[in-house]
Write a protein that binds this ligand. Structure first.
Ligand SMILES: Cc1ncc(COP(=O)(O)O)c(C=O)c1O
Length: 347
């Protein structure tokens, strides 16, 4: 059992994925505001570029400050790795870019965030990827919609804004019967309330902009890899992860990186396309930063990461569904079945 496994969830929100800095003893994660890195010698550089050694080359691909948040989120969600991105939508785009090509389709729950619906039905569609929306709560509907060109099955843990909550285990079983991964947006629940990887999901994405950061200062996203999907068994469907990748001299990420294949490929193949995260932004997220210059007592509350969630605090994400449910019941502007009148998708 590792140190992190022995620690409680609240402690891991603050400490997972980070030790004090060996050079300075700094307790908080240092901010590595650098684009690039030096190498001890040419052989070390050659090994890094050939992916034969682990280390930093260029901050578009990896950065130690960003890596602290990546390890922390992987720990909290129970995954093997994370790609942090410039926004939540960038995380969705990164996964779609890596797993789909023209002629593929995505089977998604219908009750999802409006921006995701628009991305799948218009943005991805312009690249030849078809979106098939199905009844969120009916596993049979996912089953009927999946075919041999389905790249992934998608849903939200708790739908925004409908609050419709699918049976993740049942949807995962259907996806896996077809040899397809389940990809879950866990923004609304956060790993404090639900860890979709424990219910059969293979990949999770989050908008860290919301409760994971919590201060309303920082747009960000994360793509968390459960390490469970056998990409290597489907080289034709997922050539960039499970096949010989020509962009890396024929390297096969599934063979080279085992259960971390998706993260390894995502960092190198789509980090550039999806908007690599600025080191200053994960630094704030890991620390549970408040906006600068505001008195602590008046600043917005910090988010889940970087602070200890306190039981009994109604603003904690663990209590949010109860609070939200009460508000929805009391508010006569809310129709039964979800959605605010006159607004399609509130933030
Ligand atoms: C459930 C959900 N997923 C994803 C997103 C997109 O995240 P971002 O705004 O960080 O790109 C949002 C944003 O509102 C959201 O509510």
């Amino acid at each position: 059992m590792t140190d992190d496994e022995q620690r409680g969830f609240g402690t891991r929100c603050v400490h997972a994925g980070q030790a004090s800095d060996p050079e300075t003893g700094s307790r908080a994660p240092p901010l590595y505001q650098t684009t690039s890195y030096t190498f001890t010698d040419a052989d070390r550089a050659a090994d890094l570029y050939a992916l034969e050694a682990e280390g930093d080359i260029y901050s578009r691909i990896s950065n130690p400050t960003v890596a602290t948040l990546e390890r922390r989120l992987a720990d909290l969600e129970g995954g093997v790795g994370t790609l942090c991105t410039a926004s939540g939508m960038a995380a969705l785009d990164a996964a779609t870019f890596l797993l789909c090509e023209a002629g593929d389709n995505v089977v998604s729950a219908a009750s999802i965030y409006g921006g995701t619906h628009t991305y799948l039905s218009h943005t991805a569609a312009r690249r030849g990827i078809e979106a098939r929306f199905v009844d969120t709560l009916d596993p049979g509907a996912y089953d009927e919609a999946i075919d041999e060109h389905t790249a992934y099955v998608h849903c939200e843990t708790i739908g925004n804004p409908s609050l419709v909550t699918p049976d993740l285990g049942a949807v995962a079983d259907v996806a896996h019967d077809h040899g397809v991964p389940l990809f879950v947006d866990n923004t609304f629940a956060t790993p404090a309330l639900c860890r979709p990887l424990e219910h059969g999901a293979d990949l999770v994405w989050e908008s860290t902009t919301k409760w994971l950061h919590g201060s309303g200062t920082t747009i960000g996203g994360a793509l968390i890899d459960g390490g469970s999907f056998p990409w290597g068994e489907h080289p034709e469907r997922y050539p960039e992860v499970g096949g010989d990748n020509p962009a890396f001299h024929g390297l096969n990420f599934a063979e080279e990186f085992g259960d971390r294949a998706f993260t390894a490929a995502a960092l190198r193949c789509v980090g550039h396309a999806s908007g690599a995260r600025n080191p200053r932004s994960p630094d704030g997220t890991s620390l549970g930063e408040r906006p600068r210059g505001r008195p602590v007592s008046r600043g917005p509350r910090r988010g889940l990461v970087g602070r200890l969630p306190r039981t009994g605090d109604p603003r904690d994400s663990r209590h949010r569904p109860r609070v939200l449910g009460g508000w929805v019941r009391r508010n006569d502007r809310v129709r039964a079945g979800g959605g605010l009148r006159g607004r399609q998708a509130p933030l």
